[in-house]
Structure formats: C-alpha cells, structure tokens
Design a protein around this ligand. Sequence first.
Ligand code: XUL
Length: 525
Amino acid sequence: MAIYLGLDSSTQSVTATAIEVDDAGKRAILFERSFRYDEALPEYGTRYGVLPSSDPKIVHAPPLMWSHALDRMIDELVRDADVDWSGLRALSGSAQQHGSVYVNVLARGRLGSLEPGLPLVEQIGDLFARRTSPIWMDSSTNTDCAAIEAAVGGARALATLTGSRAFERFTGPQIRKFAREDPDAYASTDRVHLVSSWLASLLAGRHAAIDPGDGSGMNLMDLTSRRWSSEAMRATAPGLDAKLTPVEDSWSIAGTLSPYWTRRYGLPPARVVVWSGDNPCSLVGTGLVSEGLVAVSLGTSDTIFGIMPSPQPSADGTGHVFASPTGAYMGMTVFKNGSLARERIRDAYGMNWAEFSAALSRTAPGNNGRTLLPWFDPEITPLVLAPGVRRHQLETADADGNVRAIIEAQMMALALHSKWMGVRIRKIYATGGAAANRDILQVMADVFDADVLQLETGNSAALGAALRAFHADRLAEGRPLAWDDVVAGFVTPKVDAKLKPHAAHAATYKKLMETYAARERAALG
Ligand code: XUL
C-alpha cells in the first residue's frame, strides 16, 4: 500500500489529505485533517489568517506562521497511531496563490542543515528578508500595476505574455512595490518564493522551484514557454532574474524529505513534489482534467475555473489564463468577497448557517428585484479599490432579503464574469466550505442554468496536491499514468447530490442578471 500526502496551506487554515493506492486497484482517502491559524497559533495575532491592518488595501501574513503550521501539521500526523507512515512514497502541496516570501542568503545553507532536535520555528526566524508577506487579498499596488503594464506595451500585451493584465495581488506588482519602498531589504533578498515554493523548500531542505500553475499568478512568467519572461522581470524590479527561483514542471521532484523531517518525525525519505497554487491543485482535486467542465470553489475567495485548450486571455481583462498542473491551460476568475462576505451577512443578523439556509428558502428566487453589490472588502472582480456595499430596493434591516441578496450577487457575479472563457456551462463541480450548503448550490444551479454536483470532499486543493504527488511519483518510477487514471476513484461526484436548475427560476435570473450588470456598471462609474 502506497501513501501520498497532500498539504494545503490556505488563507485561514492548513489541511492535510492522505490517500492510499495499491497495485490491485484499491484507492481511498485515508484521512483529512485541518486546523485554523487563529486558533492553533494565536501567538501570531492573525484574524482569519491575516494580520490586522488599518488600511483595507494592505493585507499581510507572517511567513513564519505558515512554516510553523507546516511543522505542527506533520507533528500531528505522525502522532496518529492508525497510519503506517513507512508507506509514504511522496508528498506535495497547495498554497494560497500570489503571496510572496523573501529570504536572505542564509537560507541556502540552513534549509538543508536544520537540527532535528529543535523545533523548526526556532531555526528559521533569521532567514526572512521581509518579516511579513503580502498575500492575495492585498490591493495596494495600483501604481505598480500601471507601471508594469506601461513598460511591456499595455494591459493587453501583458495579458498575452503572462495570461493576465496586471492585478494588484499578483506577485510581480507586489515585488515592485517592495523594491521601491524598501530597497535595502529588497537588496538583501537572495530568493523570492511563493508560499508554495517556500513550504516545498522547507520539506526538501533546498530551494525548490515554482511550478507553472502558481507561476502564472505573478505577471512574470511567459505562459507559452513556461519560463520567466526577461521583459516582465525588467518591468518589475532590478536584478529580479537572480532572485527568482526557477520554474519547473508541476510534476518535478524538488528532492526527498530532508533529515529534519526524517530524523525528527521518523518519516521515510519520501519524494517531495513541487507545490502548486490552491486553484491549480483544486482543478486536479475536482477531477477537471479534461475540457468542458468547470468548478466553482466557495472558500475565502470564490473562484470559477476550468481547462482551456489554448491560452486565450480574457478580452475584458477580468479573468486569468493559468498554466494547469496537468500541462494544459486553465481559465479562472477570482472574487475576494467570498466566505468572509457571507459570514458578515450571517453575523450581522445573528444567524447560524442553518438559519441562513432557512432565510434562503423563505425568500423567492430573484428577491423581487432587490440586490446588493457585495463589496465589503476591496474587490478583485470587478476591480473595486474603495469598498462599500451598495443595496438596491433592499432595506438594511431586511435580514432574509439580505441573505438572498448576497448569495444571488455572488452567483450572478460568478456567471457574468466567467463569460469570457467562452464555455457553455452545463455542469458545475462545487467545492470549498460553502459547497456543503445545498440551498446555496440551488441558487448556483438556477443562476447558471446548469447542473451542480457536490463532491465527496470539500478539500479539493489538498486532495489535488495528494493526487499530484501520486502522478509525479509514478512518472519518476517510469510507470506514468494518464491524468484520467490518476483521479479515477477519488473525485467521483456524489450522484444523489446533484442539484438541477428550475426553468422558471433560471428565466428570472437571466433577466435579473441584466439589472445586476447595469447596477455594477453604474457603481463603477
Ligand atoms: C487566486 C486567488 C485566490 C487565492 C486564495 O488568484 O487570488 O483564489 O489563491 O487562496
């Protein structure tokens, strides 16, 4: 029996999913385990996984906390007496995208010589050239975005080169801002990592590569060659080519578990497969390894994504084309006001999730024209830098109306801003925490006029990372498996859990979507 482990370092929590596979065809999810940073590591002072900030556009988190959480998770896993870890063949990971980790030259030697007798956090605190990392929720780089686009010949040219126009949260604009505001700390940065490649480096005991899936979220990678673009690097910051860790295929092996992990925790020297971003990993973890299907992930961010045959950037500049970790391309649109916005409404009316669902069932699809624009925080899609919820024909005091309005707004925004992908969506795989709520998914089915399928697990990013480890290990063994065979048996949707659209409700939303789009345009000016 071979064990593959997938770790997901997300915005608010870390999750581990282990799968087991044998040559007789047995395939099973061995376990899933998760903890939240705020609760498990309160000493870092985060709220929802991020550091408090007086400016809503600035959102950072401590890279030491993510590293600590990795160590804590491995510690918890090996204490689990039910698992025979000698079967661990390979592991990989998924991480929130775009966040950057800046380390100094000491990391070169330290990564491979960590003392197994001492906790990880006590040995890496002096490696960070920047103590906090800007994450994907940061939207403070508007001027850097403009400068990068201007330097490469405009937004369209940058999107053709890298898959996206400049986005505030993307790593390139974030690096540019750092180099501009703190040139000394930038100069002392030996390596810029993503959250994904940093955590892989800790496991492998050496600087690990960035995979093309996560590399696509930087405005720095040439999407066609899957290598750093010298033009984009020049537009971003001086000397960046010497600081970026290389891009390597998503199935490459970064090394084996370093002595810190094998000696401290008694784990075997399993292969460490390069990590990727949470959305590219979710693509694999929802089984979207061929064209024509899309998944909607309702997590801290809400995202919609699917495989694309060729890298066609979005003409209106809203979406992204990413390299898929399967080797193809994926189209994606991302919304920042996801689960935290749903929770704000739930909390504002003192509800729990059951009451939230009951409020949805009590209200009519279409909400009698009452809508809200859900911009509690600065929004990515469409770009809203000055946050604020805008209600139309909707009283703030109307609890039920607000519940329906937030869910309808999120679903209509997902539908409207994914049109650029050119996919006629007939079937949606739903994942992420809120995908457990069938009342929410019914609104999704009606708005998209498509079937919505729930999957066995909401942790598709961690599962995708485990499946990527399985795929890469088989390839390294000279026994490659096609992607369909990798995911088979792991990502079967719950057939009895399919939600079908109601024709009348779908017609209501078709009309309401025009109103919503007009209200959105008017609010944007
Ligand atoms: C993707 C994005 C978010 C983060 C959240 O572009 O910004 O989905 O990856 O984890």
